[in-house]
Design a protein around this ligand. Structure first.
Ligand code: MF3
Ligand code: CO
Length: 255
């Protein structure tokens, strides 16, 4: 069931989103060559706790996963697309890092992700990241009252195709509100004019993830969570939580 939020509820989600954005900002600032990934998880945990919020990912157990999620953020490095579990390994020069974070404040969820490079960037990685950011912007721009869910996916996939990038099947964006994952599913490919009609009060997480090699396929790591590109090429991920309003889309996960 699709839940419609009041303007007051959207403001409450904006506050949850602000904390998620702050956590991501801190994590990105601290991520450098040699940083243990668990340290990034600790930073996000601290920002969320100090804001009086609760991590949304920790202990979350969706049907596709074998175990509850064991950390506060997802850190997906290089050929990892999404849902990378922070471990004791360290970030290395030239890594492409995607960080996904979610939090609850006063019963409302925020969910956002960013990708960045460490040290000396590979221009191909920069282009890939830029494409997911552009696709996120295009998906958000399509999230206007009267448009359809398919318009969002179409806007995202058009940018993937232009860059020759793959779009992992099955995973995409989602409704969000009192729960992190609500209806509707927001696929990263779509047909214009198809699917649920978007209306004011609908709140969505839009999250393009692109694979550099152009293949849509992924494999799941032995940890049961991390999705890797099947072809071993690098992947990037960008996500915002947004609200559809009479005045157009409103991004809720900004600092
Ligand atoms: N933004 C990711 C998603 O919607 C968050 C995954 S949370 C996790 O799929 F706990 F499942 F990792
Ligand atoms: Co999400």
């Amino acid at each position: 069931m699709v839940e419609i939020k009041t303007p007051g509820e959207i403001q409450a989600m904006r506050e949850a989103g602000r904390i998620v954005a702050q956590a991501l900002t801190h994590v990105a600032k601290h991520a450098t060559t040699g940083t243990p990934v668990t340290e990034l998880d600790d930073i996000a945990a601290t920002v969320i706790a100090e804001a009086g919020a609760t991590p949304a990912f920790l202990d979350y157990h969706p049907p596709f996963a074998p175990t509850p999620y064991p950390a506060v953020i997802c850190v997906s490095i290089n050929d990892a697309i999404v849902h990378g579990i922070p471990g004791r390994h360290r970030i290395r020069d030239g890594d492409l890092v995607s960080v996904d974070c979610g939090a609850y404040l006063d019963g409302w969820a925020g969910d956002s992700a960013i990708s960045f490079t460490i040290g000396t960037p590979d221009p191909h990685d920069q282009a890939l990241i830029h494409a997911t950011e552009q696709a996120l912007a295009a998906g958000i721009a399509a999230a206007t009252p009267g448009n359809r869910i398919g318009d969002i996916g179409h806007a995202i996939a058009t940018i993937a195709t232009a860059g020759g990038y793959g779009v992992p099947t099955d995973f995409g964006g989602h409704g969000i509100g009192r729960r992190m994952h609500e209806d509707p599913h927001v696929p990263n490919r779509g047909r214009p004019g198809r699917g649920l009609t978007l209306r004011p009060g609908l709140t969505l997480a839009i999250e393009p993830m692109f694979i550099a090699g152009g293949d849509d396929h992924y494999r799941t790591a032995p940890d049961g969570w991390t999705l890797h590109s099947r072809d071993g090429s690098r992947a990037a991920h960008s996500e915002h939580t947004i609200a559809i309003t009479d005045d157009g889309p409103l991004i809720l996960t900004l600092p």
